[in-house]
Write a protein that binds this ligand. Structure first.
Ligand code: FAD
Ligand code: UQ1
Length: 416
């Protein structure tokens, strides 16, 4: 049995940043972080690893080296949440009692939900790959190198996912790779997405339709991957507009973005989650709708923003101030505007930097047209973002780019 003032469940992007902020403010031994993994991954780098631009060993650090020293790390998993008793049970048999709970458990990858997929990914020399898991990402570049002709097929599942731009980023990187190798005339690129548009934000969707047209990438909307028959190199898709109607596509390369859900242990706690299985919080205050001592940050929250580390960064000052208010017996006052950002890498040297809010209105930081493919934004994504993440965000000092955006607008660099 253990006790603490604040229990943070999950030591990923949101949990680690918040544990740093909270333990800096509340002092030592007030915060417990419950996190079972040895390694902390900087997941945005997985896309670049898939394209051979970075190595796997560049995208992780030891968990103990990134979690704040002033917080106590318990290297176990939360297996039961009991919000009525202010307690969480762990995989090691502990019961942790808390005054305040912050849920930051992210998303679970559910490759097993697609019949035939795990077998396909794990067959040695497989031509089925996925940037989403550190376990499979290194095979992506090998598959690219081995694909000489035929169909290169990219998928997007029928559920909310983290970094909704990543399934198409890897398609653009692959297109550029095949062009550099002089193989593009022999390889068809097909992007099959469950979504009804190429991107949720109309302003950037317009720019991306131009990109796919220019690059000769075939896009099929409302197509959901339902089975992989790897012995025949065939992927089966359902047309979501005509349920029950299936299409088979032969592939020489298949890149899969898996279905995802909040972790099972959380989804099982019906008091905490809403209908979609995410922690049922108010989209502005990020406080739980029923339990005033519970907050959520990041991908496992029900707030209807696009799920990214950038969103978790922008949520972090709101969660921090509101949680501190509640600790002091006051009402939460800060509100999150839904800011999220997605650097859509469109090749080996270009990037469209999408930034937007709950209303899907662009909310751009820099005084230039971010819907244009740019080398500067590519460099920022590839070289600057990892530094910002490890050195600033995880230490609790990055609140998203709101300040930078304000500064540019005060300097009258704004575009409007
Ligand atoms: P995570 O960082 O995933 O952390 C969740 C943590 O909770 C994990 O450490 C896990 O071990 C732990 N956990 C899970 N279950 C339990 C449990 N029961 N008990 C205790 N601990 C538990 N974001 C961007 O901003 N820009 C990008 O360019 C970008 N690109 C991406 C590309 C790819 C391929 C991927 C996969 C992601 C990308 N993201 C990007 C998304 C970003 O990585 C996530 O949105 C972000 O990490 C979410 O933070 P989180 O804290 O909610 O979850
Ligand atoms: C961001 O804040 C962030 O989290 C640290 C990312 O994840 C790595 C991003 O990809 C982006 C683009 C942002 C937003 C930051 C700026 C400076 C626009």
């Amino acid at each position: 049995r253990q006790e603490c003032q604040v229990l943070v469940v999950g030591g990923g992007s949101g949990g680690c940043a918040m544990a740093a902020k909270l333990s800096n403010s509340l002092g030592s031994n007030k915060v417990i972080v419950l996190e079972p993994e040895d390694k902390h991954y900087y997941q945005p780098m997985l896309t670049l690893i898939g394209g051979g631009m970075k190595r796997l060993d560049q995208c992780f650090k030891q968990m103990g080296d990134v979690l704040p020293k002033k917080a106590k790390w318990i290297k176990e998993k939360a297996i039961e949440f009991h919000p009525n008793d202010n307690a969480v049970c762990t995989s090691g048999g502990k019961t942790i009692k808390y005054d305040f709970l912050l849920i930051a458990t992210g998303l679970q990858l559910k490759y097993e939900k697609v019949p035939g997929l795990v077998e396909a990914l794990e067959t040695p020399g497989s031509n089925v790959c996925s940037i989403y898991s550190p376990k499979y990402v290194e095979n992506v570049y090998k598959v690219l190198q081995n694909t000489k002709k035929g169909n290169a097929v990219f998928t997007f599942p029928n559920c909310p996912i983290k970094c909704a731009g990543a399934p198409q980023k890897i398609a653009y990187i692959s297109d550029h790779y095949f062009r550099k190798m002089g193989r593009r005339n022999d390889v068809n690129i097909i992007y099959n997405t469950s979504l009804p548009n190429i991107f949720g934000v109309p302003h950037y969707a317009k720019a991306l339709w131009k990109v796919v047209k220019e690059r000769d990438i075939k896009v099929n909307l409302n197509y959901n991957l339902v089975e992989v028959k790897s012995k025949d190199n065939v992927a089966v898709f359902e047309d979501l507009k005509n349920p029950g109607k299936f299409f088979e596509t032969e592939y020489s390369m298949l890149h899969v973005t898996p279905p995802m859900t909040a972790p099972d242990e959380l989804v099982r706690c019906k008091e905490l989650v809403g209908d979609c299985g995410f922690v049922d919080v108010d989209g502005a205050t990020l406080q739980h709708k029923k339990y005033s001592n519970v907050f959520a940050i990041g991908d496992s929250s029900s707030s209807p923003n696009s799920k990214t580390a950038a969103a978790a960064a922008a949520q972090s000052p709101v969660v921090f101030h509101n949680l501190m208010s509640v600790i002091k017996g006051k009402n939460p006052k800060d509100s999150y505007d839904g800011y999220s950002s997605c650097p859509i890498v469109t090749g080996y040297s270009k990037c469209i930097l999408a930034e937007f809010d709950y209303k899907l209105t662009p909310m751009e930081t820099f005084p230039l047209d971010q819907a244009r493919e740019r080398y500067t934004m590519f460099l920022m994504k590839k070289e600057f973002m990892p530094l910002l993440y490890w050195e600033v965000m995880l230490k609790g000092y990055w609140n998203g780019p709101a300040l930078v955006r304000k500064l540019f607008s005060i300097l009258k660099f704004n575009k409007n």
